[in-house]
Design a protein around this ligand. Structure first.
Ligand SMILES: C[S@@+](CC[C@H](N)C(=O)[O-])C[C@H]1O[C@@H](n2cnc3c(N)ncnc32)[C@H](O)[C@@H]1O
Length: 510
């Protein structure tokens, strides 16, 4: 192991994930819904990600927000090189990605002050010393009024699994084989112990099913999640304390379901929480009530609270869009407190309007008598439900669509081109959202076929997949014959053309 790693896994690269919660528009929406004035992101602004991994999310944010100056660091040079390559291929002109450690990044004198700093999947996986370096960076580099997104593993959710991680890490220690092999060996060992009925698994019944799921997960993900020297689930109160030196206070969660108490908490739990006046203890208590495992917190350096009129005005002016076909949205949702029907009189007109294209909350309310009669809080709740389920996303202001369209088209062209040979990138940029939308490789090939004016998009995709020996999977079974693969592609092409394509056109992706 090399010595720049601080014990962090460096011999296996991280996955190419995209995280919509890091989008400036998403963070703004979460702050607005809690009545906190967000940083301005419709004009020029600055944005930074610490530990960007493969840099997919950060590149998407840069391409989707061309007026932002987007900075980031990840000390793994493979990650930084890959992220720069993607910027280069996608013609991203406003990105500044480097391979500094957090310590080196903190010491630099050439960085701007940032409106938003985000770190996802970092804070629980580094040492206490490095956490202090991050706090110092936030203190030095976040603007007054700026916002920080910080996610971390938390307790009590992780408590039963902590010994499993310790078992695997001790078992893997000392070997000379690579990270993927260490993960394989440790998983097999833990599984054999569970199969032999070690009492730990009996006393913690959630652990064996979790282990079972881990067996089929990406080794790259598992190595980075479980096999670092440092791995510390933190209580919310710990994070509040550590960031208080950076003058940060907790403002909101970026995990939208946790913004909707009515569906996330029982009435009894809401009453109990209402009795707690200390905001930090209230969050901790909430984590016990929902057995929270992972938090996505938003902190601000100084919070300007809006009065109810200003908040209402800003929410009414907020544009939102549908990101899935209307017909795929179910009438019932499994919320944390149980399954509920969506009230047709609220959700049907909301989705009907959004099916026609993005609109502001005010426009949507004004266009339907039932919605117009609703209090804004009820309308906001419906929008929050839609965002929490990944059906709706907050947008940027329509006035910037034109400029964003140019950079989004360049970036998406590069992603579609990569889809010819790779399934790594599963996101395209929407200039309307100022963020990304998950799009799998097959759908990317359909979009590429349209771009290249190919009449038969299924045949085009099959030609590429077949030449690489790829086969489709349906209901868990690999389709072997060309006829079955082509038939499956034709069915998917139909779903794409009838359902997703009109949505993507409205989002500016196609
Ligand atoms: C679990 S990954 C998360 C990556 C990315 N944020 C994501 O969610 O896809 C953590 C990343 O932090 C980087 N990292 C860890 N310690 C670091 C340090 N001290 N300085 C800079 N980068 C670091 C690693 O190389 C790795 O890419």
């Amino acid at each position: 192991m090399s010595d720049w790693t601080y014990g962090y896994v460096s011999d296996i690269d991280y996955t190419h994930g995209f995280y919509r919660e890091l989008a400036p528009a998403h963070l703004r929406f979460c702050l607005l819904s809690k009545g906190i004035r967000p940083p301005e992101i419709d004009g020029d602004f600055t944005y930074c990600e610490l530990g960007f991994g493969q840099g997919v999310t950060l590149n998407v944010m840069a391409a989707a927000n061309p007026r932002a100056q987007v900075w980031g660091t990840d000390f793994n040079p493979n990650h930084a090189a890959g992220a720069r390559q993607l910027s280069h291929d996608g013609g991203v002109a406003n990105s500044h990605f480097c391979d500094d450690s957090f310590e080196e990044f903190l010491a630099r004198d050439d960085l701007p002050q940032f409106d938003m700093i985000v770190l996802h999947g970092i804070y629980s996986w580094i040492s206490a010393e490095n956490r202090a370096v991050i706090a110092a960076f936030l203190r030095r580099r976040l603007k007054v009024g700026g916002a920080v997104y910080i996610s971390y593993n938390t307790l009590p959710g992780w408590a039963p699994v902590m010994p499993l991680r310790e078992l695997m890490i001790q078992h893997a220690a000392g070997g000379r084989d690579g990270a993927a092999q260490r993960v394989d060996r440790a998983l097999a060992f833990a599984k054999s112990l569970a199969d032999d009925n070690a009492a730990y698994f009996g006393a913690n019944p959630g652990v064996a099913p979790r282990l079972e799921k881990m067996v089929s997960m990406s080794r790259n993900y598992l190595a980075h999640e479980y096999f670092n020297r440092d791995w510390t689930p933190l209580y919310h109160a710990d994070v509040v304390r550590e960031l208080s030196d950076a003058k940060l206070t907790f403002a909101a969660t970026a995990n939208v379901i946790d913004l909707i108490d009515a569906v996330a908490l029982t009435a009894k739990a809401q009453e109990r929480l209402a009795e707690v006046s200390d905001p930090v203890f209230r969050e901790t208590l909430r984590d016990f009530i929902v057995n929270q495992q992972f938090r996505r917190d938003l902190f601000t350096r100084g919070a300007v609270r809006m009065n109810a009129y200003e908040q209402a005005e800003r929410l009414r002016a907020l544009r939102i869009a549908l990101v899935v076909p209307r017909k795929t949205i179910p009438n019932q949702v499994a919320f944390p407190i149980g399954t509920s029907d969506l009230k047709a009189e609220v959700y049907a007109p909301l989705f009907d309007r959004l099916e026609k294209g993005p609109a502001t909350i005010g426009e949507i309310a004004a266009g339907d008598p039932a919605l117009a009669a609703l209090p804004l809080a009820a309308m906001l709740q419906a929008v929050l439900v839609g965002v929490s389920q990944g059906w709706i996303a907050p947008c940027l202001d329509a006035s910037g669509d034109g400029a964003r369209r140019t950079s989004a088209r360049r970036f998406n062209g590069a992603v579609l081109n990569r889809a010819r040979t790779s399934a790594d990138l599963t996101v395209l940029v929407s200039p309307v959202l100022g963020s990304g939308v998950p799009v799998d490789r097959i759908t990317q090939l359909f979009l590429l076929a349209r771009q290249e004016k190919q009449g038969d998009i299924a045949a085009f995709a099959w030609q590429i997949l077949a030449s690489q020996g790829q086969r489709l999977i349906r209901e868990g079974a690999t389709l072997e014959s060309p006829e079955d693969n082509l038939a499956e592609l034709r069915a998917r092409a139909q779903t794409f053309t009838d359902g997703f394509l009109p949505v993507y056109e409205k989002l500016g992706l196609a």
